[in-house]
Design a protein around this ligand. Structure first.
Ligand code: GLU
Length: 474
């Protein structure tokens, strides 16, 4: 890094990763320059009138990083901290993320400068609908153009307002439901999307922990059972990551939120912690757990796996030397700064990069979009047929073995796949396959670069080969 004393910004960090990885890909310089840049950057200012009749002006963004595949795709962040560079960085990460998990979209991201928790739902709704209208006017939204989704500070509620606004202004558009993902299931959403990012994190880490030689290098056994886990953030991604890690047999020893952190060496019950925070308004004072004085203390605990699942720039030059985790699973986007990431990798800590590990959300968004375009729920057409065939096989098995199955065995064997089964198995397969690809590049580098660089090398190569197949580039 050029200046050791100055930490790179999130946006600069993404550029730094790109440049680093570019040295290891065989792609024309001009094409690399094209891939790196954000293609379209839209900055908006728009007014809304609040309940008191006061006119308020909001600032918002939509950035489309790459059009090598269409539509472009990425969430909308609702936060007072957003700025153009942050949205550009996040849009770039979306391109690489989609490429890694073979989701055929270009990357995009949106941001609205709003403190939605402290605004009335009426204001958030007006802002969301106005933002959507602005995107429509500028051709920045549509099932084949650009498809937003939830991100930090937004969820199903906002996605419902977006699709409703879009359909109102595009009455009769047959594929209109595919203009946004992360919608409520009753409004064209897909089962499993809400928990998809967290589920993807757990699937990804399960894969990471299945390689004996990698685990031996960091002094761990294979498998997630009994591994100690620290999670930062109890929002959608953090909560579901923690929950699924617990389901895999991990001990979630600490959870941090902005008001503080709690610790119990024997493991916390994730659901109960969530309910406690909902009931009391704070994660602190959870029965049986110790309060940690600062939220950031949780990051520095001794543990097998640290999962930062909040925002960017959480592990920096300031705390990197005190990190004791053996594996860091980046569930958030950009939680480790570029400088800290290099330091940790050199120290032998496995940093599983965000562009891979949190790709479960966009993967299931892709499934939702496919469902919207096909106008049919996954499993609807084949489920009964599958069950009838499975029943025939079960009957045959009973006949051949002379043994009768009990009801549970019969059920397991006969059951046809529901939408949620197909979504989860598609996600599991995607996360496993993508990890194998990244790991191969990483292992083949013979220690030349870390796993993040490997992920960038693979992603850039994939985007580059898409461009090359258009026949424009050498
Ligand atoms: N906001 C999520 C992300 O950063 C999901 C994006 C999407 O589903 O399009 O990956």
């Amino acid at each position: 890094m050029s200046n050791q004393n100055k930490e790179l910004s999130f946006f600069e960090g993404v550029g730094y990763y790109f440049d680093n990885a570019s040295k290891h890909v065989d792609i024309d310089e001009g094409l690399l320059a094209l891939i790196k840049e954000c293609n379209n950057v839209l900055r908006l200012k728009f007014p809304i009138k609040d309940e008191n009749g006061k006119v308020r002006v909001f600032e918002a963004y939509r950035v489309q990083h790459s059009h090598h595949r269409m539509p472009t795709k990425g969430g909308i962040r609702y936060s007072t901290h957003i700025d153009q560079e942050e949205v550009m960085a996040l849009a770039s990460l979306m391109t690489y993320k989609c490429a890694l998990v073979d989701v055929p979209f270009g990357g995009a991201k949106g941001g609205i400068k709003i403190d939605s928790k402290n605004e009335t739902p009426e204001v958030v709704e007006k802002v969301t609908r106005r933002y959507t209208t602005e995107l429509i006017k500028k051709n920045f939204i549509g099932p084949g153009l650009d498809v937003p989704a939830p991100d930090y500070g937004s969820g199903e509620r906002e996605m419902a307002w977006i699709v409703d606004t879009y359909l109102t202004l595009n009455n009769g558009m047959i594929d209109g439901l595919g203009c946004v993902t992360g919608k409520p299931v009753s409004l064209g959403g897909v089962k499993g999307r809400t928990e998809a990012t967290g589920r993807g994190v757990a699937y990804g880490l399960k894969e990471v922990f299945s390689f004996e030689e990698d685990m031996a290098k960091i002094g761990l056994t294979t498998g997630l059972k009994d591994k100690s886990v620290v999670v930062q953030g109890l929002g959608n991604v953090g909560y579901y990551s923690a929950l699924f890690m617990q389901e895999y047999g991990c001990k979630v020893i600490s959870i941090a939120e902005y008001e503080g952190a709690i610790y119990n060496e024997n493991g916390l019950d994730v659901k109960e912690v969530f309910n406690h925070r909902k009931a009391t308004g704070s994660i602190l004072n959870f029965p049986g757990a110790t309060n940690l004085s600062k939220s950031g203390d949780a990051l520095e605990l001794e543990c097998d796996i640290l999962i930062p699942a909040a925002l960017e720039n959480q592990i920096t030059v300031d705390n990197m030397e005190r990190i004791k985790a053996k594996v860091i699973g980046e569930a958030a986007n950009g939680p480790v700064t570029a400088q800290a990431s290099e330091y940790l990798a050199k120290k032998g800590i496995m940093v599983i990069p965000d562009i891979y590990l949190n790709a479960g959300g966009v993967t299931v968004s892709y499934f939702e979009w496919l469902k919207n375009l096909s106008h049919v729920r996954f499993g609807r057409i084949q489920k009964k047929h599958e069950e009838e065939r499975n029943d025939l096989i079960a009957n045959l098995l009973e006949k051949m073995t002379g043994k009768k199955m009990d009801d549970m065995e019969r059920n397991v064997l006969s059951k046809g796949a529901e939408e949620i089964d197909l979504v989860n198995s598609g996600l599991a397969e995607t996360m496993a396959k993508a990890y194998h690809g990244i790991r191969e590049v990483w292992v083949n580098s013979n220690g030349k670069f870390d796993m993040r660089t490997a992920a960038f090398v693979l992603a850039i190569s994939k985007v580059g080969s898409d461009y090359k197949s258009m026949g424009i580039w050498p």
